[in-house]
Design a protein around this ligand. Structure first.
Ligand code: PLP
Ligand code: COI
Length: 342
C-alpha cells in the first residue's frame, strides 16, 4: 500500500502492512526484552500450541491524531488489564502492564506516518496479541509464547460509516455459561465465523447473541457490546452478564453518559422481550465506536429503532459525539483516559 496515495477518508476496516511491529518472546519462565522488527512473518513449528489448540488471545485499541498534532491512545491501561485477565484464563503468562503500554507506545511511534490525519475520521488500529508457540500434542498449555503488537490504519468497522444497521438474533450461540465469553480469546471469534458469514449471506450486518443458557437475555454482538435508550430519552440500559466481553467503550460510555450528559444508566440483565420498548439501540466497541442499529430481526419479527438524526438516534448521536471529542482531546475526558505518545 502506497502511503502517499492513501485515501484516508475512505479507508476500510482491513489489514495493511505498516513499517514496524513489536515482538517479545517468553521462554524458560521469563519474557525477553522485546523490540521492534520489520518482519511481518512468523515462523513456527507445525505442532505449535496456537495452531493445534488455539491458545491465543488479543486486544484492540486505537491511536488518533489530535487537532494540535499530538498522537494519543485511548485508555491502553484497560486493554493491558483485560489482556492479563485473558492470559490467566487461557493459561498464558502475565505481561506486566508497563510492558504492554510500552509495546503499544513503541509500535505507534515507529508507525507515526501511518496515523491518519486529524479530521479524516480514520485511526490507527493497534492489535496486541499473545499465543503459545512451542510444539504441544497432548492437550496442555504451551511453555513458550510470543507477544506481538501490529498497527494498521482503519476506517469504519461497518462499511458505509454511520447508517442504521440491520442485525439478527442468532440461532447460534457465542459463549457458554462459565466459558470464555468474558475474555478476548481467539476461540470466541473462531466459533462466530460460521454465524457471521451466514448473517452476511442473508443480508444482515451482524449477529446479536442471546444468553446461551436460557436464550432469554440479550448478550452482545460478535464484535461489540450493545446498549439501548429508553423511550423518554433519559436512560441508557446495557446488559450485565458474565459471558460478555467487558467492553472498554461501553464502560467509558456508561461513565460519560452519567457524568457529562446527565443520563441515568442501568446495567442489568435485559430480557429480549423488553427490547421493543426501547427507542434507540447502539453497538459499542473500539472498532464499532458507536454504531446505530436500525432494526433487529428475530426470525419473522422486526423491531425498529429511531435513527432519525442522519442514520443514528438523537441520544446515541450525543454519546457518539462526546466519545469522539474525548478521544480526540476536543473535550477533556476523565483523568487518565488519554495516553499521549511522545
Ligand atoms: N465485545 C466483543 C465480542 C468484542 O470483540 C469487542 C471488541 O473489542 C467488544 C465487545 C468491545 O470492546 P472494546 O470496547 O473494549 O473494544
Ligand atoms: C475491537 O473492537 O477492537 C475488536 O476486537 C472487534 C473485532 C471484531 C474487530
Amino acid at each position: 500500500m502506497d502511503i502517499k496515495n492513501m485515501d484516508w477518508k475512505n479507508l476500510p476496516f482491513g489489514y495493511i502492512k505498516t513499517d514496524k511491529r513489536y515482538v517479545s518472546n517468553y521462554k524458560d519462565g521469563k519474557w525477553d526484552d522485546g523490540g521492534l522488527t520489520d518482519d511481518d512473518m512468523i515462523t513456527m513449528n507445525e505442532c505449535a500450541c496456537v495452531l493445534q489448540y488455539a491458545q491465543t488471545c488479543f486486544e484492540g485499541l486505537k491511536a488518533y491524531k489530535t487537532e494540535d498534532g499530538k498522537t494519543v491512545c485511548f485508555r491502553p491501561d484497560l486493554n493491558a488489564e483485560r489482556m492479563d485477565q485473558s492470559c490467566r484464563r487461557m493459561k498464558m503468562p502475565s505481561l506486566p502492564q508497563g510492558r504492554f503500554i510500552e509495546a503499544v507506545r513503541q509500535t505507534v511511534k515507529a508507525n507515526e506516518r501511518w496515523v491518519p490525519p486529524y479530521g479524516s475520521g480514520a485511526s490507527l488500529y493497534l492489535r496486541p496479541y499473545m499465543f503459545g508457540i512451542n510444539p504441544v500434542i497432548g492437550v496442555k498449555p504451551a511453555t513458550e509464547f510470543h507477544f506481538r503488537v501490529f498497527a494498521c490504519p482503519v476506517g469504519p468497522y461497518f462499511k458505509g460509516g454511520i447508517r442504521p444497521l440491520r442485525i439478527r438474533i442468532s440461532d447460534f450461540d457465542r459463549a457458554a455459561p462459565r466459558g470464555t465469553g468474558h475474555i478476548k480469546a481467539g476461540l470466541n471469534y473462531a466459533m462466530s465465523l460460521y454465524a457471521i458469514e451466514d448473517a452476511h449471506e442473508k443480508g444482515f450486518d451482524e449477529n446479536l447473541y442471546l444468553d446461551s443458557g436460557t436464550r432469554t437475555y440479550v448478550e452482545e454482538t460478535g464484535g461489540a457490546n450493545v446498549f439501548f435508550v429508553t423511550d423518554d430519552g433519559k436512560k441508557i440500559v446495557t446488559p450485565k452478564s458474565d459471558t460478555i466481553l467487558p467492553s472498554i467503550t461501553r464502560r467509558s460510555v456508561v461513565q460519560v453518559a452519567k457524568d457529562y450528559l446527565g443520563l441515568e444508566v442501568e446495567e442489568r440483565p435485559i430480557p429480549f422481550e423488553e427490547v421493543s420498548s426501547f427507542s434507540e439501540c447502539g453497538l459499542c466497541g473500539t472498532a464499532a465506536v458507536i454504531s446505530p442499529v436500525g432494526t433487529i430481526v428475530d426470525h419473522d419479527r422486526e423491531i425498529s429503532f429511531d435513527t432519525s438524526c442522519g442514520g443514528i438516534g438523537p441520544v446515541s448521536e450525543k454519546i457518539l459525539k462526546l466519545l469522539k471529542d474525548i478521544q480526540l482531546c476536543k473535550v477533556e475526558g476523565p483523568e487518565g483516559w488519554i495516553e499521549v505518545i511522545d
